[in-house]
Design a protein around this ligand. Structure first.
Ligand SMILES: [Cu+2]
Length: 244
């Protein structure tokens, strides 16, 4: 019912997240309405009138207990309801041979593929700037890091958000169900260029991805291979390359 206001979900685990989101939304929404209506009603009922004297009270112990215990119970129940999704999405890593290194820096995203030898840190690594390509219907593992300050890799349609922290490499995953071009804005205020820091994630169906990989990842297909060291390799985008 609330799906109209969230971006389309194209991730395999998106429904579990949306379900929890909507549950919490309803609980907090109804609570807000109850509090707001009560507040307005009390404003009216206890308004100043001639001859009415103020009564001082130190509160009600049963009420205090009730509104402490009720939210506690709600939070405990929410914790248990969200445990299955949390453990499946955040605490486990599905088997996959598809790994991309993602590096955040002020104010770009670098996506590094291992190249033909399948290993990172070798001269045939291919790095792309603000552009990531993934296949659909396959778990994608990303090893996420940051070069300077904390950033956050966020793809709303994937229901995926993970902080990138300097000095740490954080493994995370998603699996995309639908081909398309998805925006990945940085979701952690990281400096003056934060609002313009975004990448595009292109999800291709199997054959389309193989074609992109053949053209951009293999051998000397990408110009990054010609450069000396992977650390110095200048990131490139497919669009820039097409112009050459
Ligand atoms: Cu950032």
């Amino acid at each position: 019912m609330l799906n109209w206001w969230l971006p389309e979900n194209v991730a395999t685990f998106g429904d579990e997240i949306d379900w929890l989101f909507h549950l919490i939304y309803w609980i907090t929404g109804i609570t807000f309405l109850l509090v707001a209506v009560t507040f307005l009603a009390f404003l009216f009922i206890y308004r100043d009138r001639p001859g009415r004297r103020a009564r001082y009270t130190h509160g009600s112990t049963p009420l205090e207990i009730a509104w402490t215990v009720a939210p506690t119970l709600i939070l405990v129940v929410l914790t248990f309801l969200s445990l299955p999704a949390w453990s499946r999405i955040k605490m486990s890593m599905p088997q996959t041979d598809f790994v991309v290194q993602v590096r955040a820096k002020q104010f770009n995203w670098e996506f590094t593929y291992p190249g033909a030898d399948g290993k990172f840190g070798t001269p045939d690594d291919k790095t792309f700037l603000d552009e990531m390509h993934v296949p659909t219907d396959k778990p994608v593992r990303i090893n996420l890091g940051a070069r300077d300050v904390i950033h956050s890799f966020f793809v709303p349609q994937f229901r995926f958000k993970q902080d990138a922290v300097p000095g740490r490499e954080i493994a995370a995953w998603f699996e995309v169900k639908k081909p398309g071009k998805y925006e990945a804005p940085c979701a952690e205020l990281c400096g003056f260029g934060h609002s313009g820091m975004k990448a595009w994630v292109f999800a291709h169906s199997g054959a389309d991805y193989d074609q992109w990989a053949a053209e951009n990842l293999k051998g000397d297909a990408a110009p990054a291979a010609a450069e000396s060291k992977p650390a110095d390799a200048k990131p490139t985008t497919t669009e820039e390359k097409a112009k050459r």
